[in-house]
Design a protein around this ligand. Structure first.
Ligand code: UT7
Length: 382
C-alpha cells in the first residue's frame, strides 16, 4: 500500500469550510485523510503500492502477466494508468488495463484477474486500487469533500496448488442510480448546474450522500451472504470482513444486519477517509500487516459505490511466507536494478531530446510539438 504523507485533519477542513471535527467524526467516523502532492498521481501511488506487493511476494516484474488498475481518477482517458505502472515496474510481459467501477472497482478487478488465472490463460497478476480523490473534489461542497482521501493498495495473485485465493464473487450493478454519484468526463452530454451545492462540473465529483447511504446499507448484507453461499463458506467461519471505507455508520449497520461483532470488520477510515477503489486493498494490507489474517483464513471483501455498483468476494488467504519473510536477496536486487534501469532509460531519452534541440540542422524542432518525455519530469516515482 501507499498513502501520501500530507495529512488533512478535520480541523484543517473546518478552517476553510462551515464544518467541524465533531460533526465529521460523529457522522462519518473520519478524523483525517491523506492528500497527494503535485507529482503524486494515481499511477505514482499505484506503482509504489505494486512495488511493495512484489517485494512482499518476492515476485519479479517480468513474471507478471496482467496488471489491472481500478481507479476513478486516472491521469488520462488513455493511455491507462495501468500502462504507466507497467512501464515503471518494468513488467515487460504484462498486459495492462484500467477498470471503471468506482468504489467497487478493486473487487471487480480481483475477480477479472482471478478468473483469468483459473482459466489458465495467465499465471500471475497484480490488482491495484489507486485514487487521487482530492483532485476531483468540489472543495465548496462540505457534504462530500470531507469524506474523501488519496492512496493506493495492491495485491499479487498467482496460480497455485492449494484451494485458495478468490473462491467466489458476486458482481452487481444498478445503473438506474447512475446520477447519485459521479465525476462527469469529456463524453458527458451537458454539464449543468442542478443546484448551487450539487453542481455537475467537469472532472468534479457530485454525490447525493443520503441516497447512497441508504443504497449501501441495503446491499451489503445480501451481497455478503450470496458470495458466502456460492463458495459454501459459513459466515461463522469468516475471520474478517473488509468493507469499502465510506462511513463508520454504514459499517456498523452492516455488522448489525449480519449479527456480527464490529471488531470482525476492518476499519481504518478514521485515518484515511474514503479512498474509493483504494480503500479495500489499503484496509486489507493493514489487516495483514497487523497480523489479523493467518494462513488459510477466510475473509470477505465488500465494495459499493458509483454506477451504482456493488461487489463482494470470499477469499481464502494464503500467506506467501507463513514462517516469516524469506525474500531472496538476489531477486530483491534484480527488482531494484530493473526499476533503476527504467529510470535511467527515461533520463537517457530526455538527454537525447535535449541534444536534438541543440542540433541546428534538425529537420523538426521537437519543442514545436508536445514533448511526452517531459511528463516524466512531473511524476514522482521515488
Ligand atoms: O464511496 C461511495 C459511497 N459513498 C457513501 O457511501 C457515502 C454515503 N453517505 C454518507 O456517508 C452520508 O450521507 C454523509 C456523510 C455524506 C452525510 O451524512 P448525513 O448524516 O446523511 O447528513 P445529511 O446529508 O442528512 O445532512 C444533515 C445536516 C444538513 O443540515 P440541515 O439540512 O439538517 O440543516 C447538512 O447541511 O448536516 C449538514 N451537513 C454538514 N454539517 C457540517 C452536511 N455536511 C456537513 C458538514 N459539516 N461537513
Amino acid at each position: 500500500m501507499c498513502v501520501p504523507e500530507r495529512v488533512l485533519t478535520n480541523d484543517d477542513l473546518a478552517a476553510i469550510l462551515e464544518t467541524s471535527d465533531e460533526w465529521i467524526k460523529a457522522r462519518t467516523g473520519i478524523k483525517e485523510r491523506r492528500i497527494a502532492d503535485e507529482g503524486e498521481t494515481a499511477a505514482v501511488l499505484g506503482v509504489r503500492a505494486a512495488r511493495r506487493a512484489l517485494e512482499i511476494t518476492d515476485i519479479l516484474p517480468h513474471q507478471v502477466d496482467l496488471i489491472v488498475v481500478a481507479t476513478s481518477t486516472p491521469e488520462n482517458i488513455f493511455p491507462s494508468t495501468a500502462s504507466m505502472i507497467q512501464h515503471w515496474l518494468g513488467a515487460s510481459k504484462a498486459g495492462a488495463f484500467d477498470l471503471s467501477a468506482a468504489c467497487s472497482g478493486f473487487v471487480y478487478g480481483l475477480d477479472m484477474a482471478a478468473q483469468a488465472i483459473k482459466s489458465g490463460s495467465i499465471d500471475t497478476a497484480i490488482v491495484i486500487g489507486t485514487e487521487t480523490m482530492s483532485r476531483v473534489m468540489n472543495w465548496q461542497d462540505r457534504s462530500t469533500c470531507i469524506l474523501f482521501g488519496d492512496g493506493a493498495g495492491a495485491v499479487v495473485l498467482q496460480a497455485g496448488e492449494r484451494k485458495a485465493g478468490v473462491l467466489s464473487t458476486v458482481l452487481r450493478s444498478d445503473g438506474s442510480g447512475f446520477d447519485l454519484l459521479g465525476i462527469p468526463a469529456l463524453g458527458s452530454p451537458e454539464i449543468r448546474s442542478k443546484d448551487g451545492l450539487h453542481e455537475r462540473r467537469l472532472h468534479k465529483m457530485y454525490m447525493s450522500g443520503g441516497e447512497v447511504f441508504k443504497f449501501a446499507t441495503r446491499v451489503i448484507k445480501s451481497s455478503v451472504l450470496e458470495s458466502l453461499h456460492k463458495s459454501h463458506v459459513k459466515l461463522s467461519d469468516v475471520k474478517l470482513i473488509v468493507p469499502h471505507q465510506a462511513n463508520k455508520r454504514i459499517i456498523q449497520a452492516a455488522a448489525r444486519s449480519l449479527n456480527m461483532d464490529e471488531d470482525r470488520f476492518v476499519t481504518n477510515l478514521e485515518r484515511y477517509g474514503n479512498t474509493s477503489a483504494a480503500s479495500i486493498p489499503i484496509a486489507l494490507v493493514e489487516a495483514l500487516e497487523e497480523g489479523r489474517v493467518n494462513d488459510g483464513d477466510y475473509i470477505v471483501l465488500i465494495g459499493f459505490g458509483g454506477g451504482l455498483t456493488w461487489a463482494s468476494s470470499v477469499i481464502r488467504w494464503v500467506i506467501p511466507h507463513p514462517e516469516g519473510r524469506v525474500v531472496n536477496r538476489y531477486r530483491e536486487q534484480r527488482r531494484r536494478a530493473g526499476y533503476a534501469l527504467v529510470s535511467l532509460r527515461t533520463r537517457w531519452k530526455r538527454w537525447l531530446k535535449a541534444l536534438q534541440r541543440l542540433n541546428p540542422f534538425a529537420r523538426f524542432r521537437p519543442e514545436d510539438f508536445d514533448d511526452p518525455d517531459e511528463f516524466d519530469d512531473y511524476y514522482d516515482v521515488s
